[in-house]
Design a protein around this ligand. Structure first.
Ligand SMILES: [Zn+2]
Length: 288
């Protein structure tokens, strides 16, 4: 069973118990519901559907997919009547990355046998808004975790859905650390704010947001400084992976013990990207 939490009058959060505490948001209006992401396993997304139909006696009119990653989009096919919204880049990423990943995941995981990817038809680039039954949702591009992340602000109830720009361990192996830093700094500015729903893990209250963002920014700086040091000293993989996630302020148990794995993926991705950039600069110098 996914955990259901009502965080304000018309806002619910469903948290996966089956994978990495993924959050899906639900906004209930007299004219229908808006769902922000789905849960990784159909069984848990079905619980949201039943809740909307049986308890709220409503239906999902829109689904906002905050990015193309599997754990957030797999349940969209369960709402064939909903309009799907996403970032302009999401269609390409769904095709090139999520689709092959699903084909592979299906072979080992029978619970995903029925999943079909659904592609957003409503696309945004920098900013967009949805208005339904008195609810205004303002969406903005928030890249870093992935190129196509969007965050969603529910104006009337002052709730920010930060997607995976905010998760118990910042993760940018498929994105860009600099973009993520900028996105996190922008999140400071969102006001007024009552609650912040992270892409994974706990909902943050207004008073916690600043210090959590600071922790995440510190983590990014710590990782980047280490990668720079390893590159400058000509160190290899062993030196690269010697940095413990806790040394950068993130508990090892974060995100159900996934922290160390995601941390190491961050280190490797940043190391490879920076090494490539250095090679390019030295080639340029040699050519000049
Ligand atoms: Zn995620």
């Amino acid at each position: 069973m996914a955990l259901r939490e009502r965080i304000s009058e018309h806002t619910y959060v469903f948290r996966s118990n089956m994978y990495a505490k993924v959050n899906a948001g639900l906004i209930h209006t007299p004219e229908g519901c808006i769902l922000i992401d789905t849960l990784p396993y159909p069984e848990e997304t079905q619980e949201i559907r039943h809740f909307v139909q049986r308890r709220l006696r409503s239906q999902v009119k829109y689904i906002i997919l905050t990015h193309s990653h599997a754990d957030h989009v797999y349940g969209a096919y369960l709402f064939p009547d909903a309009e799907i919204m996403g970032h302009l880049y999401s269609r390409k990423l769904l095709t090139t990355q999520t689709k092959p990943a699903l084909a592979k995941a299906r072979t080992v995981n029978p619970a995903l046998a029925d999943v079909r990817l659904v592609y957003p038809a409503l696309l945004m680039e920098q900013e967009a808004a949805i208005r339904l039954g008195g609810a205004t949702l303002i969406m903005r591009h928030a890249p870093g975790h992935a190129p196509d992340v969007i965050r969603v602000y529910y104006k009337e109830e002052k709730v920010l859905f930060a997607s995976d720009a905010m998760m118990p361990i910042p993760y940018f192996a498929h994105g860009n650390i600099q973009d993520l830093r900028r996105t996190l700094q922008e999140l400071y500015q969102v006001a007024p704010l009552e609650d912040l729903v992270q892409g994974h893990g706990d909902v943050l209250l207004r008073g916690e947001v600043k210090s959590v963002i600071e922790t995440y920014l510190h983590y990014l700086d710590c990782v980047e400084a280490h990668v720079d040091r390893v590159l400058a000293q000509g160190g290899g993989k062993k030196a690269l992976l010697s940095l413990d996630v806790e040394a950068c302020g993130i508990p090892r148990i974060a995100l159900e013990g996934l922290a160390t794995q995601l941390h190491q993926e961050n280190l490797v991705a940043l190391y490879l990207r920076k090494r490539k950039a250095r090679q390019k600069t030295s080639e340029k110098k040699a050519a000049a």
